[in-house]
Design a protein around this ligand. Structure first.
Ligand code: BDP
Length: 668
């Protein structure tokens, strides 16, 4: 049991007759899936009906026990997967309409054309091989892409950006586009559109032009011709994703133009083909006073200037996919521009594929955050899905955690994050608990022993392991960056894995050092983003602004995100800040130790291979949590000059040793 089958393992327990008057490759897939995995009444008859209905939106559908109705073929396929999921998880199937929250639900692959994956922890790219092989496509590639497309379709994902945001200039060459064509052909019947990340300076880099100025007519013509070429090869091509003027990537500002100038030029170019431009707001300048404030400062003045097929892609938090951040204040604030959330499924800052961290809990917190921009209830979810603002296009992106590893994601439980992203992109109101419940049932259900052992399994496996998943994100925050701390990673190899509150070699840009973020000194710890500090708090709408500004009302989970506080600052529970920090790190370590016990107890209910693989990863997670605790507490103690409370287990590593080691390389 190597995990390759993901959450798609059910075999039919009875026969079903399917009646459908339309024929297409997508419908054929729907039929095949239903026949192959049917768990409903034996001998049942199921009607698939394509019929326009106003109540059904986009590729949404209506399901009942004996009919799936949709506007589109893809809607039928999604309905089929929903029906099967409900049969397998025991959820009621009433007459119900399910509409997607976002029109475009997209995976962003940070895959490079040489087969490596930036921030990928599950092996090499499933799309690109090392350059020696060129862009050849093998039968095995096609098999894998088909499995990938199927898994995505089963959770409603309908788009994939096939390459890294730090894109190669070669991406838009004709040879490379031929490979994209091959990929898109496999994915098309499953409703997955292809998108590409492109270099803004492509006209210069591969087009031989002297400039890539977006207002230059030759440049515009180059892009127009390119778009035409692409659409000839890939008729349903979705559009471009662009990282511009960010971390050294080229962009319109290189020519004295704005993000809007750049995005709009490309938007006009893809418009005739129904394409969109996803323009990232991940920008920050060298050595700025507060990196967290920059996206807002740069993009807010441009609100209203973007074409309606431009979507600004904004990371959930204002810094960078940290274990916990408040939402990026651009959400809800850009009222005249389409904005899409970018989540990170790959665990760059959350333990790679070594640690069990169920991210849906964090995404739920984010999507439900109230921006207050249009009164109470203006949640991030509602400000991005067109319930509040009249966005022409809506979308959500997740940075994929998929690679060539047999189990796709490196850690068996990392599959749950892929699954959860799809489910939340389809329904941004769903709870992380429901998703965990579904995923565990679909992924670990003891199909053969169904009847006799099912209640046992629920009590001894499903419930405790679900609880573990739901606590895992908070535990990771506790043992790595509690109370609003952020970006204090070891930087030796830029791995973003282990602790590095000490990180800051000479000569490096200040916003890449840890001290820039934690600001620990004899007077205290934390980043002052209040009015007296960087003022970033002003970017939030009232009453949030005052709530974060005021130390009495600032939620303690964001305390050191917004405030620099003395070590003896009194917390709500009467402990001083230093003690609270110690207890929280310690709690995180204990939580992982608890997870180990829960998992070991679940052994009788799970296959051997997955049991031992997860068990081994949990051992490493325990050791690494300890290292986080020891590293951070011993480092900060140099400033707090206070003892670690004596009812806490003492550190077992020396600071000197930890500060010279890169955690990714040892203790596997
Ligand atoms: C950071 C990653 C870096 C990405 C960048 C981005 O460390 O590898 O290129 O984000 O999102 O989190 O552009």
């Amino acid at each position: 049991e190597d995990g390759h089958l993901l959450w798609l393992r059910a075999k039919s327990t009875g026969k079903v007759t399917i009646v459908c008057f339309s024929k297409s490759s997508t419908i054929a897939i729907a039929k095949q899936e239903l026949e192959q995995s049917w768990q409903g009444k034996n001998g049942a008859k199921l009607l698939l009906t394509i019929k326009k209905s106003k109540a059904i939106k986009g590729d949404g559908f209506k399901i009942s026990e004996n009919e799936i109705q949709a506007n589109t073929e893809l809607g039928i396929l999604y309905g089929a997967y929903e029906l099967l999921r409900r049969q397998q998880t025991g959820e009621a199937i009433q007459n119900e309409i399910c509409n997607p929250s976002y029109e475009r639900r997209i995976l962003n692959h940070w895959d490079n054309l040489d087969g490596s994956v930036e921030r990928g922890y599950a092996g090499k790219s499933i799309f690109w091989h090392d350059m020696e092989k060129g862009y050849a496509v093998t039968d095995n590639d096609r098999i894998l892409w088909k499995e990938y497309a199927r898994a995505n379709a089963s959770i409603g994902i309908n788009g994939a950006v096939l390459n890294n945001v730090n894109s190669s200039k070669l991406m838009l060459t004709t040879e490379c586009l031929q490979k994209v064509k091959a990929i898109s052909e496999v994915m098309r019947p499953y409703g997955i559109k292809t998108y590409l990340s492109v270099k803004f300076s492509s006209p210069t880099l591969i087009g031989g032009l002297k400039t890539s100025d977006p207002l230059n007519s030759e440049v515009i013509k180059w892009w127009k011709d390119k778009a035409k070429e692409i659409h000839k090869i890939i008729p349903d091509f979705g559009g471009f994703l662009i990282k511009a003027n960010s971390e050294g990537e080229p962009g319109p500002q290189d020519f004295g133009r704005t993000h809007a100038d750049g995005a709009n030029m490309l938007a006009d170019v893809v418009k005739p083909y129904g394409g969109i431009i996803m323009w990232r707001a991940f920008v920050y300048e060298i050595n700025s006073k507060d990196r967290a404030a920059q996206a807002y400062n740069e993009f807010m003045p441009l609100d209203g200037q973007f074409r309606d097929n431009v979507i600004i892609q904004v990371k959930n938090g204002p810094v960078d996919f940290q274990p916990r951040e408040p939402f990026n204040p651009l959400f809800g604030a850009m009222k005249k521009t389409s904005v899409m959330p970018e989540l990170q499924i790959t665990q760059e800052y959350l333990g790679h594929s070594e640690q069990l961290v169920y991210l849906a809990k964090m995404w739920e917190e984010f999507l439900k955050s109230d921006t207050h921009q249009e009164g109470v209830g203006s949640t991030v979810a509602r400000t991005t899905d067109a319930s509040i603002f009249p966005q022409k296009h809506t979308a959500i992106a997740g940075v994929a955690n998929i690679g060539l590893d047999t189990n796709w994601c490196g850690h068996h439980f990392a599959q749950s994050n892929w699954y959860a992203f799809g489910r939340m992109a389809w329904n941004n109101q769903i709870t992380s608990e429901k998703i965990a419940d579904e995923w565990l049932k679909l992924t670990f259900y003891p199909i053969e022993e169904k009847d006799s052992k099912v209640s046992d399994w629920k009590k001894n496996f499903l419930e405790p392991v679900k609880q573990l998943m739901l606590e895992s994100h908070e535990a990771a925050v506790n043992y790595s960056m509690p109370l609003g701390l952020h970006h204090i990673f070891a930087g030796l190899n830029n791995t973003h894995y282990g602790p590095g509150p000490w990180f800051g070699p000479k000569g490096i840009r200040s916003d890449w050092t840890a001290a820039y973020y934690h600001k620990a000194d004899a007077s205290g710890i934390g980043f002052d983003r209040t009015e007296k500090g960087s003022g970033a708090v002003n970017q939030y709408h009232e009453p949030l602004k005052s709530q974060f500004e005021n130390i009495e009302t600032c939620p303690e989970i964001y305390l050191l995100w917004f405030h620099h506080l003395p070590w003896d600052y009194k917390m709500k529970n009467e402990r001083i800040l230093w003690d609270e920090l110690c207890y929280t790190y310690d709690k995180g370590v204990k939580e992982v130790r608890e997870f180990q016990k829960i998992w070991d107890k679940a052994q009788p209910y799970i296959d051997e291979q997955r049991f031992f693989e997860v068990q081994s990863k949990l051992r490493r997670q325990s050791r690494d949590a300890q290292i986080w605790k020891d590293g951070c507490l011993l480092y900060f103690q140099q400033f707090s000059k206070r003892p670690i409370p004596f009812d806490i287990e003492r550190p077992v590593y020396n600071l000197d040793y930890l500060s010279k080691t890169d955690l990714t390389d040892y203790l596997k």
